[in-house]
Write a protein that binds this ligand. Structure first.
Ligand code: PLP
Length: 478
């Protein structure tokens, strides 16, 4: 397929930016560009065809089953977008006076209080734009807390080896040292290792729960107790709260700070890296460090306020407001019973799928899983030569998006499957059938799988070269 730059012809462009209806300002010559940008010039029908062609070459939730573990690729109700498109929300300006935006401020305050109720936290910010960004913010709160007590030698963050990869990365970005603790044989945090890792230099623990094996840690109360007794604080990675929302609350388990991925659990779009929200909730003791500004209510009206010891701003204004509109729509549409149903169905679907596959594939940690589970194709690969990559690519030919591959790192030849609560039993059965077919071919005709996918527009790209030497710019002919 040709790039838009290759399809471009001089003079085909048409004006898309309307003439300004405000007075034009003089921009200093030194700031003005000297040549116009080299944008592709295409006619409206050609642009429309170009993007339709691109859309046909990709695979999204509206094409089929998308069990990408840990990413919660679930249906995003359209009503969320309808609400976010209301002119009262889209037309508001971030610098507008508080008195003219009371409804928007109230919306933020309501979303905050409902999500605090769901998580057992006391306060929340919507400023971080993604889960990892929320983690970074949360660790900053923990550091600010210790620093304010003159306890600045606490610079270590304990991260179990079953954590999401962003946990050690964000802890390191705040300047903390990361201490890894291994899992026990059941896939939970090894308490013995945790006890010896926790000490006077512990700033806190970051726990992904359910962890990346899809397991709820049975020792959760003991884990938070060990950290608190060592003087540290406990961070809950709640990106995948759809496993427990409405059923159990991180605040009740002893956690001090949490992030939620609104773009997973609360059905806002993942948006191709576009606007997201990693809401960060905390207990009272950390509230004074939250990013500024926060919405507060006083004297019957809402206003922006800067927390006394705020860690500062982590993004512009108060985050991606329209994402919060979508999340609140979802929460109010479902209600408290609905949120609980969603969690229970997410867990039911994952366990159903796990049982359907477990006669053929090895489940890394058998037992009851939460919202996802992990298969290991290590034995299958040894005996048939079919790897997790081969199986994942073969799924593409059968209309199923591959699961997350080779993660978590503690499982060899891993396939991490998260069906989500919005899939029907028929869809799960069809996908299980595709997995079965692949398993049988692994024994009868492995060669046919090494060549997969055959039906996709791209076969097996060289991922290492693509990552190490990305070609992100168009080389204009001289
Ligand atoms: C997705 C995810 C994250 C990171 O969220 P982003 O929005 O991608 O930055 C963190 N932790 C867990 C457990 C996740 O599943």
């Amino acid at each position: 397929m040709k790039l838009s730059f290759e399809k471009s012809r001089p003079g085909r462009a048409f004006p898309v930016v309307p003439k300004p209806d405000v007075p034009e300002r003089d921009i200093p010559a030194s700031l003005k560009r000297t040549a116009p940008p080299r944008l592709p010039e295409m006619s409206p029908p050609d642009i429309s065809r170009h993007y339709a062609q691109l859309a046909r070459r990709t695979y999204g939730l509206s094409d089929g089953f998308y069990p990408l573990g840990s990413c919660t690729m679930k249906y995003n109700p359209k009503i969320n977008d309808e609400m976010a498109a209301l002119p009262g929300f889209t037309g508001v300006h971030p610098l507008q006076g508080e008195d003219t935006a009371q409804g928007c401020l109230e919306l933020i305050a309501r979303a905050e209080s409902l999500l605090c109720e769901v998580t057992g936290m006391d306060a929340m910010t919507f400023q971080p734009a993604a889960g990892a960004h929320g983690e970074f913010t949360g660790v900053l709160l923990i550091k600010a807390y210790h620093d304010s007590r003159g306890d600045s030698s606490r610079n270590k963050i304990i991260v179990p080896d079953s954590a999401h990869g962003t946990n050690p990365a964000t802890a390191a970005m705040t300047g903390c040292r990361v201490v890894n603790v291994p899992s026990d044989k059941d896939g939970g945090v090894s308490l013995e290792a945790l006890r010896s890792a926790a000490g006077p230099d512990t700033a806190g623990l970051m726990l992904t729960n359910p962890n990346t094996l899809g397991l709820f840690d049975r020792n959760i109360l003991e884990i938070t107790k060990i950290i608190h007794e060592a003087g540290g604080l406990c961070y809950y990675d709640g990106a995948n709260l759809n496993a427990i929302m409405g059923v159990a609350r991180p605040g009740d388990m002893g956690f001090d700070v949490i992030h939620l991925n609104l773009h997973k659990t609360f059905s806002t779009p993942h948006g191709g890296g576009g606007p997201g929200a990693g809401a960060v909730g905390c207990r009272k003791l950390l509230e004074g460090y939250l990013p500024s500004p926060r919405v507060v209510r006083s004297g019957g009206r809402y206003a922006f306020d800067a927390p006394e010891h705020s860690v500062g701003q982590v993004s512009a204004f108060y985050g991606n407001f329209l994402v919060v509109v979508r999340a609140l729509t979802y929460i109010l549409t479902l209600g408290s019973d609905g949120l609980k149903d969603a969690a229970q169905n997410a867990v039911l679907n994952a366990n159903y799928m796990m049982k359907r596959l477990s006669g053929m594939y090895d489940v890394a940690y058998p037992g009851t899983c939460m919202h996802e589970f992990v298969l290991s194709l290590e034995n299958l690969k040894r005996e048939t030569g079919i790897s997790a990559l081969d199986a994942a690519k073969a799924l593409l030919d059968r209309g199923v998006h591959p699961p997350t591959m080779y993660f978590p790192l503690i499982v060899k030849e891993a396939l991490m499957i998260e069906p989500t609560e919005t899939e029907s039993r028929e869809t799960l059965d069809e996908a299980a059938e595709a997995f079965r077919e692949i398993y049988e071919l692994a024994w009868s005709d492995p060669e046919s799988l090494h060549g997969a996918p055959r039906a996709a527009s791209v076969g097996r790209p060289d991922e290492v070269t693509a990552a190490r030497h990305p070609k992100l710019r168009y080389d204009f002919p001289q």
